[in-house]
Design a protein around this ligand. Structure first.
Ligand code: SF4
Ligand code: F3S
Ligand code: FES
Length: 282
């Protein structure tokens, strides 16, 4: 909650100042539109916007699916900060609330943006899926147990809902169109932990070892501050950077040396759907 504001109380009038614009309509010009409604018990921005659309303005566009902080579709800028509208209580951000669409992503209309296309591109860029050690799963085999502590660590990073808040808050993303963002770096960190994934740091270096990946990140940490799932982005990015710096030095040593290590996973590149066995993770 903004400390300078006193919270809106039930029964009080609140005002939503919404940035309206439809890029598909040549006659549309960006403008702020104010809607007034009554604060009610437990009112979220989802409830407020739905009430406005129902009772005041059916043309207002915004996205919601789960209303429970799970789907990531309702991210928007609330009073200047990227967050999930369905998890934001109006009495904590009102009585005057300014809403704008997430920057960086393609604007569809009003508060609705297309994060999906960008997220797909990011996923392809970082090869953000499991590269199984066994190319063909043996369905007759007994399921392998995973160490519960490791499973918890992977699960913690897997909680990312691809809402786009971290990208919208990141200065590097504004400067570098192809920067994979904290969401992309978190995705790599997640698979790097996974013992079922065949890839090595040499493989991860190939996809994020440049200025569009880990070395583009300037440690601004807005991603960490705004992530609505409170993912440990600061720690993960710092850890990944150390590993990739180490790999960069190893690469330089190898290229400076006539004899490269013969057992290095780097000698045999792992294809996107590869099955080559890699060394232990760590
Ligand atoms: Fe959203 Fe956090 Fe995932 Fe970024 S890392 S997309 S802020 S859940
Ligand atoms: Fe951006 Fe987060 Fe790095 S805000 S610069 S990805 S630490
Ligand atoms: Fe799904 Fe908000 S509607 S996260």
């Amino acid at each position: 909650m903004d400390a300078r504001k006193s919270p809106a109380t039930n029964g009080q009038q609140i005002r939503l100042h919404v940035l309206r614009y439809n890029p598909a309509d040549p006659a549309s010009v960006p403008r702020m539109q104010t809607y007034e409604l009554e604060q009610t018990e437990g009112m979220t921005l989802f409830i407020a916007l739905s009430e406005i659309r129902e009772k005041q303005d059916p043309s207002l566009q915004f996205d919601f699916v789960c209303r429970a902080g799970i789907c990531g579709s309702c991210a928007m800028i609330v009073n200047g900060r990227p967050t999930l509208a369905c998890r934001t209580l109006t009495n904590e951000v009102g009585p005057d609330i300014t809403l704008a669409p997430l920057p960086f992503f393609e604007l569809l209309c009003d508060l609705s943006v297309d994060t999906g296309t960008w997220m797909r591109g990011m996923s392809e860029r970082v090869h953000g899926w499991l590269h199984m050690k066994d190319r063909k799963p043996d369905l007759s085999r007994v399921e392998e147990a995973m160490d519960p502590d490791l499973a918890d660590k992977i699960y913690e990073l897997d909680r990312c809902i691809e809402c786009g808040c971290c990208v919208a808050a990141c200065g590097t993303a504004r400067m570098r169109e192809d920067f994979v963002g904290a969401v992309g770096l978190n995705r790599v960190a997640r698979f790097r932990l996974d013992p079922r994934d065949a890839r090595t740091d040499a493989d991860y270096y190939d996809v994020i070892g440049d200025d569009d990946g880990i070395f583009g990140c300037m440690s601004l940490l807005a991603c960490h501050d705004v992530c609505p799932k409170e993912l440990p982005l600061e720690t993960q990015i710092a850890f990944l950077r150390r590993k990739m710096v180490k790999m960069g030095f190893q690469r330089r040593e190898w290229s400076d040396s006539a004899t490269r290590p013969l057992d290095s996973a780097h000698v045999t590149r792992i294809p996107v759907t590869g099955s080559t066995r890699g060394p232990e993770k760590g």
